[in-house]
Every structure is written in C-alpha cells, then in structure tokens.
Design a protein around this ligand. Sequence first.
Ligand SMILES: Nc1ncnc2c1ncn2[C@@H]1O[C@H](COP(=O)(O)OP(=O)(O)OP(=O)(O)O)[C@@H](O)[C@H]1O
Length: 288
Amino acid sequence: MELKPLIQVEEISFGYTEENVLSDISFTIKKGEIVTLLGPNGCGKSTLIKIMLGLLRPAGGDIFFNGKNIQQMSSKSLAREVAYVPQLHKSSFPYTVRDVVLMGRIPHKAFFFQYSKADMEIAADALGRLSISHLADRAYTEISGGERQLTLIARALAQGAKTFIMDEPASGLDYGNQMRLLDQIIKLSREGYTFIKSTHSPEHALWIADRAIMIKNGALMADGKCDEVISSKNLFHLYNARVNVLKLNRSLRVCVPQTICGCTEFAHSPLPPCELGEPISCSAVRGG
Ligand SMILES: Nc1ncnc2c1ncn2[C@@H]1O[C@H](COP(=O)(O)OP(=O)(O)OP(=O)(O)O)[C@@H](O)[C@H]1O
C-alpha cells in the first residue's frame, strides 16, 4: 500500500503584487525524503518555502501536512512538526548561542515558562551534534555567518520537529562545514527526519537528496529522482549554463562546467552534449 504523503503542495499560486511569483505549483513529499529545490535567483524558492511554513498565504492552492491544511494549524502546533532554518538571520540582541538554541524549545512551552533541565540537555545535545558546543557561551551577534547557520540548525534540532525546511542552509559555510552539514542531513534522514531544502548547488542535491524539484520563473520545471532530473540538459534550461554531469562511479555524480573542462567546441552547440544515460568521462571531455 502506498504511504500517504507527509506534505502535499497543491496548485500553489502567489504574488507579492498583481504579478504571480509562483504559478500552479504541485508536488508531494514522503516521510524521510530529502528533497532539494533548485532554481535560479528570484525564481520563487524562498517564497514557496515561506508558504509551506504558513508565513505567507497563497493566492490559490493549499498545503497539507499529514493530511491537515496548514491554514487550520496553529503556529505552535506547526512548529512542533516543522522546523525552519532561514537563509540569513541577524539578531540585534546579543543572545548567547545556547539561548538561541534553547529558543527551539518555545513551541513546547506554555506562555510563561522557564527552561527545564531536560530543555538544557536537549540544547546541549543539539550543539554537540553540530560540533559547536564550544560556542555555547558566545554572543550570537559576534560569531561568523557560518557559525550562525550551524546555530540555527542546532535550534531546529532542539525544536524536536521531524521535518526541516531549510533555505540555502549551506550558504556561508566553509567547505568542511558544508560536508559536515550534508553528513548530518543524511544521518538525520536515516533516523526518519524529512528535509526540504533549497540550494544553488546541484551537486549537493546529487550527493544527498532523493529528489530534485526544479523551479523556473515561478513554475515547476521538473520533479524527479536526482539522477534522472539533474542532467546537463535540465541544468542548461534552468540556469542557462553549460554543465556536464559526470558519473564518477555507480552512485556518485559531479557537475563540471564545460568551460572549465576546456570544451570550447561545446560553446556553439544548441544543447550541452552530456545527458543522463550517456555520461562522459573527464578525459573524454578534455579530448584526452
Ligand atoms: N517581500 C517581497 N516583496 C515583493 N517582492 C518580493 C518579496 N520577496 C521576494 N520578492 C520577489 O519575488 C520573486 C521570488 O523571490 P524569492 O526570494 O522567492 O526567490 P528565490 O528563488 O528564493 O531567490 P534566491 O535564490 O535569490 O534566494 C523575486 O522576483 C523577488 O524579487
């Protein structure tokens, strides 16, 4: 029997003005999936994420979480199910990193509350999982952008939600932290966590995501398994960039811009040469 989807996005349309930023977007997400939203700057990824979090109300369509329309869920009950890691986050108040992570516990609290010993332990555990325990007493306003991003992910963990919606979570992270983040996402997905994340890196999607959803000009361009959807042809249509998707081994693919491969002969071809099913090796690309 087919499992009921965890999230249903049904015919979503939205505009900040009369002009639509998103038109007729529909897809479903199953529990435990890692789904990546890909698309050029301004295509509507963050807007869609905000609609999925109930922060923006769509002009048309609905979002269902576990079969429930999110418009009918209180923000607290949605926050117990779904944690948000925003793209950029600045705070003018110098909360400590521990305090920011503890804020993840607020959806579990009554109006007047004190953090319990259990809350403190959950926050410490989240800091440890992201390897940032050493930052616990530092002011959130005085740590680097990458460290702030890790703090927000720790806050999402402390929130106890099993679904994470992340807006470009790797932006601002150094290479090592990007890899640790991807590793953490895979580990959590094996524990049953679900991830919906936007990224500007098709490779991050190829490496860890089950599915890629491509959005162009506010409309769904493609939705499918990463290996099938992240092809040279689709990347060209999506980003107007000529990229070869190379198969390194049975499960690992990488994206190599054709200009970096030194393939000047591809510059005038109407479509990139490397399509899924016919991956070409680096040496072939270099003409070696
Ligand atoms: N608050 C706003 N008011 C008016 N227009 C907005 C607002 N926020 C975003 N937009 C516009 O909506 C469109 C989609 O923006 P959105 O931030 O969703 O794109 P995105 O795909 O997340 O972009 P990026 O990859 O650059 O973060 C853009 O044209 C943007 O200028």
